[in-house]
Design a protein around this ligand. Structure first.
Ligand code: G3I
Length: 361
């Protein structure tokens, strides 16, 4: 008898036949653990990037492609797809027994130029249906979890009903989200369907509005019967910004109360406003990650925790948040030379794989 059956029977007042061994087994049962992993760059999964591939294999049990499954990389034209990066990514995950996430079926960014010619609601709906059904069906059974809609909320939501502008929102209104979820569910009924959003973690009016915005959106979607399984907290943290512990706990509790799971999908820490000294910076970065994870774990064990990249050598943050002192950014668990940083140690406290070489920390 498994634990779920036992609990069901117990709550229904049905007594178990072998109580003693079962209760011992429960005592020994390991606590649920999140799957840990990272966003990977499909280009670097090719031969010739041995150190990168080695690091991913050592530290990741789940991966998501940083690019390659966005419209920009996939959609050469209204009728064609380039599955090169996507296929290589999925093959890599399969060969290395890693779970795979897909990112992202609908996003306002990373859109090919030809989509500007989509000008009517009919054309938008057709394009969305064609894209989602083709991509999700291709990877059905191999990509277990999809960011179906990425970043649906505006930078600063005015009202709780406001959505970010995009061609989808302009032509279809909020219905584009229902449609996207419906298409994804139809193409792979077993896939975990996720709405992924950023800036849900911090203290301040702007971020509280974002938390309110996502909760209202989820409520509207679920009321309309949408199929949705989880919310992705991107968790692009900022070294200088406090996490709103009470606000985040309340958000997670409310999401869970709606029957949805919580994932951490893009964890990293922007360090452009932190001190120059690398050790001091690494400490603050790790403290922010600890603050986030402690808060989240007070409410639930997230199903998966992914960082957005694994090594500072290949990170997106330097492109947008360069440091004024010219020092390299240090936003991720491994440094430029793949050496573990205090960030990794924090992840390991929360269940990330602990490797023999990590005692260097
Ligand atoms: O592939 C082209 C290459 O052919 C060309 O030579 C080069 C010149 O700029 O650009 C390459 O494409 C770049 C692509 O990354 C692959 O490296 C794009 O310009 C660049 O815009 C793209 O940036 C990605 C960005 O999303 C937009 O897609 C970042 O790597 C990626 O980290 C970032 O990820 C987002 C998540 O999807 C959503 N959450 C926020 C996160 C960080 O911004």
């Amino acid at each position: 008898m498994n634990r779920r059956t036992f609990l069901k029977l117990a709550s229904a007042g049905v007594s178990a036949t072998t109580p003693a061994p079962i209760s011992l087994a429960f005592a020994a049962a390991p606590a649920p653990r999140p799957l840990f992993g990272a966003a990977v760059n499909p280009r670097l999964l090719r031969e010739g990037h041995a150190a990168y591939r080695d690091a991913i294999q050592r530290h990741c049990r789940i991966v998501v492609p940083e690019g390659g499954l966005k419209w920009e990389g996939l959609r050469l034209s209204p009728t064609t797809f380039d599955f090169g990066h996507g296929d290589r990514f999925v093959q890599y995950a399969t060969e290395n027994s890693m779970a795979a996430r897909g990112h992202a079926l609908v996003w306002h960014l990373a859109m090919p130029k030809w989509t500007k010619a989509i000008e009517t609601p009919r054309a938008a709906e057709d394009a969305l249906r064609f894209h989602i059904s083709t991509v999700v069906a291709r990877y059905a059974g191999r990509i277990a979890s999809w960011d179906v809609v990425n970043e649906p909320l505006p930078e600063t939501p005015g009202t709780s009903a406001e959505l970010r502008s995009s061609i989808w929102q302009a032509l279809l209104g909020e219905r584009y989200i229902d449609l996207a979820l419906e298409m994804a569910a139809a193409a792979d009924p077993a896939a975990e369907l996720v709405i992924n959003e950023y800036d849900l973690e911090f203290a301040g009016e702007r971020f509280q509005r974002k938390r309110n915005g996502i909760l209202h959106l989820l409520h509207r979607l679920l009321t309309r019967g949408a199929i949705l399984h989880a919310v992705g907290l991107q968790a692009h943290l900022r070294g200088e910004r406090d996490i709103d512990r009470a606000g985040l706990r309340n958000l997670i509790r409310t999401i869970r109360g709606m029957g949805l799971d919580v994932l951490i999908t893009e964890l990293d820490v922007m360090d452009h406003a932190l001190p120059s000294d690398p050790a001091a910076r690494d400490t603050i970065v790790a403290q922010r990650v600890a603050e986030l994870l402690e808060t989240v774990f007070e409410e639930c064990t997230p199903k998966s925790i992914l960082t957005w990249g694994l090594t500072d050598r290949h990170a997106w943050i330097p492109e947008h948040f360069k440091r004024r002192d010219g020092a390299r950014n240090r936003p991720l668990p491994l440094d430029d030379n793949y050496t573990p940083k205090p960030f990794l140690k924090v992840l390991q406290r929360f269940g990330a794989p602990l490797l023999p070489t990590d005692d260097r920390l």
